[in-house]
Design a protein around this ligand. Structure first.
Ligand SMILES: O=C(O)CCC(=O)C(=O)O
Ligand SMILES: [Fe+2]
Length: 308
């Protein structure tokens, strides 16, 4: 059922059980303050909002990002122009198909709080994007597993961009800075391992948690149209761009800087090995070789996809 907050003509229609809503009745290029307030509240509730028919110019796109916070300049992805280094372009014809589950830039000490995607060239069919609700993924874990992950620290690296030395540590469970809710904060693309576990234990747990979060009941799948805008809360979601189209697909994205992720207190010291197994983190172990199944086995291209 759609709802219409009294402060504006905003119509908000939830699109799935887990997360995601489509918003109509506002122009993102000319937002009133009351509309912005209603939109921001809806965003925290639905985690990803879609706004069809916006057709934002570059300056409007950046201005929208600035309403949310400071813009992040992405370290690796190409920019739309010298005039707008704040906007990255993902062009499918240049191989940019982000078809592995990820949360944006978690290899940074301050991963973005939000990403704002503008659909510039949209295929006639295909090219939908999926998101997961990582709050729900955390809340539905069994008590013993939730208790375990509450006390873990995850290492994230930029290995998918060929830069495994670029890394950050974050709590495996993130406390959302605005709502206080806890979210599972690991992803198959950038999370390498849990610091406190033996490599083999870490690989198994990470795979289990990723399999759990990626299940359809925690997802929304959005069908894009040219000129649509999508804004997601990067602190408590993952996403995946489906690689099922032959036509061109071009998106532009502005990302908004986030804070340092906070979680429950870490409870154990880093794993240092017990002398019995090589599957620890000592010499010879391969940090950065976590269970990134999606990257290595893309069925259509048989090539390494570029997560974004
Ligand atoms: O192409 C998409 O739909 C999403 C790409 C992506 O991962 C991103 O913009 O962060
Ligand atoms: Fe992304």
């Amino acid at each position: 059922m759609s709802s219409r907050p009294s402060a504006s003509n905003l119509e908000i229609e939830p699109l799935a059980g887990a997360l995601g809503a489509e918003v109509r009745g506002i122009a993102l290029g000319a937002l009133r303050d009351d509309e912005w307030k209603a939109m921001r509240e809806a965003w925290l509730e639905h985690l990803v909002l879609f706004f069809p028919d916006q057709h934002l110019g570059h300056a409007e796109h950046v201005a929208l990002g600035r309403r949310l916070g400071e813009i992040e300049i992405h370290p690796f992805i190409p920019k739309v122009s010298d005039a707008f280094p704040e906007i990255v372009v993902l062009d499918s014809d240049k191989g940019a198909r982000a078809d592995t589950w990820h949360t944006d830039v978690t290899f940074s000490p301050t991963p973005p709080m939000a990403s704002i995607l503008s659909m510039v060239v949209c295929p006639d069919r295909g090219g939908d994007t999926l998101w997961t609700n990582q709050l729900l993924a955390y809340e539905t874990l069994s008590d013993p597993i939730r208790d375990l992950v509450d006390g873990l620290t995850a290492v994230h690296t930029a290995a998918p961009f060929g830069r495994p030395e670029v890394r950050a540590e974050h709590p495996a469970v993130r406390i959302h800075p605005e709502t206080g809710r806890r979210a599972l904060f690991v992803n198959r693309t950038f999370t390498s391992h849990f610091k406190e576990l033996r490599r083999s234990e870490s690989d198994s747990l990470l795979r289990m948690l990723c399999d759990w979060s990626e299940q359809p009941a925690f997802q929304i799948r959005y069908r894009w149209s040219k000129g649509a805008i999508g804004i997601w809360d990067n602190r408590c979601t993952m996403h995946f761009a489906i690689n099922d189209y032959d036509q061109s697909r071009v998106i532009e994205r502005v990302t908004v800087l986030g804070d340092v992720p906070r979680g429950p207190a870490a409870r154990w010291r880093a794993f240092e090995g017990d002398g019995r197994s090589a599957a620890g983190y000592g010499a010879g172990s391969s940090a950065g070789s976590g269970p990134r199944r999606g990257i290595e086995t893309d069925p259509r291209t048989n090539s390494i996809a570029k997560p974004a």
